[in-house]
Design a protein around this ligand. Sequence first.
Ligand code: A3P
Length: 292
Amino acid sequence: CIMEDLERDLLIYKGFYFQRKASITGFLENIDDFEIRDDDVFIVTYPKSGTAWCQQILSLIYFEEHRKRTENLETFNRIPFFENCFEDIDFGSRPSPRLFATHLPYYLVPRGLKNKKAKIIYIYRNPKDVMCSYFHFLNTYPIFKAADTIDAFMKQFLEGKVLGNLWFDHIKGWYEHRNNFNIQFMMYEEMKKDLRSSVLKLSKFLGEDLSEETLNAVVRQATFESMKDDPLANYENALYLYFGSKLREGHFLRKGTIGDWKSHMTVEQNERFDKIFRKQMKDFPLQFIWDV
Ligand code: A3P
């Protein structure tokens, strides 16, 4: 039963799911007070929206010059997941600028962020592709108990019974409170369509002036194809190190396309999804790209 498995793997804190295994006692209770530095950068996403992609881009932007010191580091050591805080990661002693990734909702992040300290990059992706990507992701790793059909997963996803909770709440929460944060919204599909412009937009927001040569190098190493060939960027060992679980099959970087949902959802499922989407996202100003 999915709910029993969820309860085993996840814990609920202030209405939001956390990985039980990755949460240190005491950390969640102290998130609000976590000391934010002006030059911290947070990548915020709903799961499966391009987190690892942005981690790769930021790694390249920030660490390229001293690549030799970081090239053997797992992505999650260069840019750790804020809430998956393991005992040996001491955030306080990390050198600036510190880079973090997180799936937290707007209301759970450290107070310093709400005071516009630090920078936030919020990446969003059309939720049908998010859902299909999520379905495959959970089925790729034996540590997760996953719904075995899209239909069953769609129900779970639309009820928000997954890590990340309800997709609609996540994006609306962050967007509606954007003026409290120093935040740049980035769309997965735009990154896919024009990676170069997206990297430029990001570097501008981050105040990092990239030479033409560096920009080209970042773009080259952040394409789906090059990331797939790079075991560190492809999280090849990361989940093993995280959870002691090897891949059941497939890779972290699966397809990386726009509109893959079309080969997963039936017409009826699509209509059901649209109906809920229209209701939930009524008057929401950001547009989505559903297809190439
Ligand atoms: P798919 O499962 O559709 O392939 P996250 O890192 O937030 O978990 O998101 C994972 C999704 O982003 C996966 O989607 C993955 O393939 C995609 N992705 C990662 N790097 C990418 C890249 N360079 N270009 C396009 N998609 C990428």
